[in-house]
Design a protein around this ligand. Sequence first.
Ligand code: ZN
Length: 684
Amino acid sequence: MKKLLLGLTGLLLLCACAHNADTATSHNLLPIPQEMQTSKGHFTAGEGTKLYINAPADDRSAIANALAAWNVALEVAEESVADNCIAMEVCDKLESVTSPEGYTINVTKERIDVKAPTAAGLFYAAQTILQLADGGNTIPACTITDEPQFAYRGLMLDVSRHFFGKEFVKKQIDAMAHFKMNRLHLHLTDAAGWRIEIKKYPRLTEFAAWRSPAIWKDWWFGDRRYVEEGSEGAYGGYYTQEDIKELVAYAAERYITIIPEIEMPAHSEETLTAYPELSCTHEPYKQADFCVGNEKTFEFLENVLSEVIELFPSEYIHIGGDEAGKASWPHCPLCQKRMKQEGLKDVNELQSYLIQRIEKFVNSKGRQIIGWDEILDGGLAPNATVMSWRGTEGGIAAVESGHKAIMTPGGYCYLDSYQDAPHTQPMAFGPYMPLEKVYSYDPRADIDSTKAHLIYGIQGNLWVEYIPTEELVEYMIYPRILAIAEIGWSNPADRDYAAFRQRAIKATNNLREKGYNAFDLANEFGQRKEAQSPVEHLATGGNITYAADAPYSDSYKAGGDRALIDGVCGGWTYTDKKWQGFIRDGVDITIDLGAEKDITEVTAQFMQMCIPDVWFPAEVIISASSDGNEFSELGRIEHTVTRDEGLSFKEYGWNGNAKARYINYRAKCGPQRGWLFTDEIVVR
Ligand SMILES: [Zn+2]
């Protein structure tokens, strides 16, 4: 009987959820609230509507300011009245929500009552009210009980590769707040430019913040020089300490915490050119990593962090920690001395020494560190939170050892990748990652349920190597950050991509009206047509063998031995597990159709994307045989392989009339060698 009851409860919950998602979708709420029920009628705001907010003064004005975006003038009142009133109250105890950011809303014809355990909850309720009003002055009668899934719902903006001014950052803060996001991580330092004023080290901003040329790609693949501030052609910039205070306050009024990132020990070319004595060799323009053996390094980092901690009230300070080459450390007498003294067995432990020592310093100031997942190498600092980017493994390892993790895996959360068919898009850094892919991510996937509470949250990261303008930054962020916002806030049981897409189209249209250069989701081109449904052809029922000297790569095996005759074609990226990859030795496969058949066509598509070393073949030879021993050539396709930008596809095939049981398909690399990728050998 107990089981039956549980089953019934489960069923009821499921019904409530489906209903909840539909209701939220019909009112265009994004993110979806945890529970929403509508009833008949609506509240009309207008002449004489009172707004009563029972919260500390700063919060009161922050929440009233948020509601000022509504096109009805509300009268701020000192007390709640029975009719025509919006009453918002912080309550010590609110039993229906457990998160400090939760809230309840009750809308009747007469009034709107909002309750929350903290002012942040009232602020999020205000955003929900704005979304329900949708530019009008009526709010449907309803009850909403809402709170986030994750405490950390973030966006990272790289302001080093290209610099974006404070007004632009504020504009993004406004949008984040509207979708209930609460962390803005600023990547303030990197090779391409230092972006924050540090009083003790003026060369960081009068020199290391400026470069020529302006476009990162030209600078990085050129001679990577820094120039003096104000010199001819100098590109760059930085936030003064006053700018930072202004941004921090602006974000705080929208219940967003700004987390500063100061990179160490790597990604520090700009610092080590301005202050070369902090590198192992003391040569400008030569080193990316700080010298960990030198005490001056710690003096510098601690001085910088002291000023940073003064400026940012954030509990967390991000200390980078990613992609250290560590190349100079084995040859540096000071680094070697440090390793001997501290009993460190390799350079990973030397990096860990630096991170742990910096953590102690940051902890001594009452703060905590976040680092990219490489901080796991050589031993994780005792109180660190890990930001998992190279996949989810770093985050999983962190929570398994009792640390918190913020999930930002590249395949789902890197907003610098293509959001639509690459040939329709401006050049991007990463592979095809449409809104649907982002939305499919579950930060708690593969996490043991006893550790799930250590998943602190999710973040979308925008690196801007290929994104030089503000317009393009917004284009890449919106609408994909909306998927991050909803994953961070809403119940995973309410996840329904088709319904979300509708809401996201509505939200991006609103953003565009407000002057954000959002991607036009309604006119999305979509997935490669070949990948949308499987194909049937003569080889799909056959067998395939690979020549021993031309195996497919274990890293890109797609469906394995049958991948090239399984009828499944690849999409816009070779990382979608549908493209089979061959490195250097080319393709050499033989298909057995099972019996001799009349054939008229043998074709395969190849992909070219030169930056990751993926090339078209220079030659393809297609041969046929009746017995599997004697092959005669059906066709030979030659192609001069040349470098190009972006992504392209090319068909290598034969058409004619022949009888064959066995078909041999060989593709040879051009002078570039590198990778060949194909998805299906189609025989008709
Ligand atoms: Zn050194």
